[in-house]
Design a protein around this ligand. Structure first.
Ligand code: UDP
Ligand code: MG
Length: 153
């Protein structure tokens, strides 16, 4: 079912330190997405290097990993229609300078190396990232009582 698409969303260490966890979660809840997994974690360098493996040749890779291991991360899975694409729109552009007000990065951040949140960029990478960050038993399958008020069914 299309409305079962899942995306991996993370609040990076700066988002946690700046007290933005509640606000970011609220945006996904209010939009109508369903929370399937949530944890606070600090998985360490090797894990973050794996998460960003595609970027390992980039000049900013070391700074990026330093940034991501600098504090706790909130890891989440959100489910709903076009969750991946819609999640990316809700986050804004990679560079906060290009992110419109109304997006998470556009409202709460200024520089690319402190852009407070992560979202999967495709369904394929979402599936890969969800498997990297969560065990199967951490993903909770449940029916939202609001489903028929959010979807035409
Ligand atoms: N990043 C950076 N400098 C850059 C590009 C990216 O520090 O020039 C960081 C930034 O935190 C970004 C992350 O690397 O969120 C991953 O980059 P990607 O291109 O995957 O952007 P995203 O998918 O997070 O929008
Ligand atoms: Mg990316």
């Amino acid at each position: 079912m299309a409305s079962r698409e899942r995306t991996f969303i993370a609040i990076k260490p700066d988002g946690v330190q700046r007290g933005l966890v509640g606000k970011i979660i609220q945006r996904f809840e209010e939009r109508g997405f369903k929370m399937v997994a949530l944890k606070i974690c600090a998985p360490g360098r090797a894990h973050l290097e794996k998460h960003y493996a595609d970027l390992s040749k980039k000049p900013f890779f070391k700074d990026l990993v330093d940034y991501m291991v600098s504090g706790p991360i909130i890891a989440m899975v959100w489910e709903g229609l076009n969750a991946v694409k819609c999640g990316r729109m809700m986050l804004g552009e990679t560079n906060p300078q290009a992110s419109l007000p109304g997006s998470i990065r556009g409202d709460f951040s200024i520089q690319v190396g402190r852009n407070i949140c992560h979202g999967s960029d495709s369904v394929e990478s979402a599936n890969h990232e969800i498997a990297l960050w969560f065990n199967k038993n951490e993903l909770v399958n449940w029916e939202s009582a609001m489903y028929t008020w959010i979807y035409e069914v």
